[in-house]
Design a binder for this molecule. Structure first.
Ligand code: HEC
Length: 177
């Protein structure tokens, strides 16, 4: 009886040690080697890694391709000229707004929607200048705007209260931009 009991205990111990032994990492690797990975999650992890590696390689190649044409362009002597050209172009163009004009643009809240060189709600005055309006036309357009002149912009509210003399000063400045 006791012999049988201890024999079965020994058998159980053997089975448990066998089970533990089998699930060791070495065994798992061996199993993977011969039968392929037994775990779906491990397969997926490997696939994800492969994809991210490929993506990283593609991005690296792309970055190198993008960098290459830029490097020869950066070496010749004319780059100094091309780099300097827009800077020298832009600086004298951005003239400060004369004090009396600035005061009028503030007083009549034009600055809320217009800047000299940047689009705000309305077009930049430097863009309006390209339309080559006369001062009288600008007076007329401030008193009764024509939104169809500026597709893509909201319509400007008519500013009929702004004195003509003030708008003429603004208009002459706009045309000087
Ligand atoms: C609430 C915003 C707003 C204010 C304030 C405003 N404008 Fe405008 N302005 C616009 C918008 C938007 C446009 C373009 C759409 C349009 O012409 O209706 C415009 C267009 C213009 C144009 C071009 C007109 C054309 O038809 O080409 C001039 C000139 C102009 N504004 C001058 C002024 C002056 C001067 C003032 C101040 C007295 C002023 N604006 C105040 C929003 C404004």
């Amino acid at each position: 009886m006791t012999l049988k009991k201890s024999a079965s205990l020994a058998l159980m111990a053997l089975a448990v040690s066998f089970f533990i032994g089998c699930s060791s990492k070495e065994d798992r690797d061996k199993y993977d080697q011969w039968y392929g990975s037994g775990s779906k999650s491990r397969e997926e992890a490997a696939l994800v890694k492969l994809q991210s590696d490929r993506k990283a390689a593609a991005e690296k190649a792309e970055a190198e391709a993008a960098a290459k044409p830029a490097t020869p362009a950066a070496t010749p002597g004319d780059t100094a000229a091309t780099a300097a050209a827009p800077a020298t172009d832009a600086t004298p163009k951005r003239k400060p707004v004369p004090a009396e004009v600035s005061a009028l643009l503030n007083k009549h809240t034009c600055f809320a929607c217009h800047q000299a060189y940047d689009k705000v709600i309305g077009p930049a005055y430097s863009e309006v200048a390209k339309k080559k309006y006369t001062a009288d036309q600008i007076v007329e357009l401030v008193h009764s705007p024509k939104p169809e002149h500026w597709p893509g912009y909201p319509p400007m509210a008519p500013l009929a209260h702004v004195p003509k003399a003030d708008i003429v000063v603004i208009a002459n400045w706009i045309n000087s931009l």
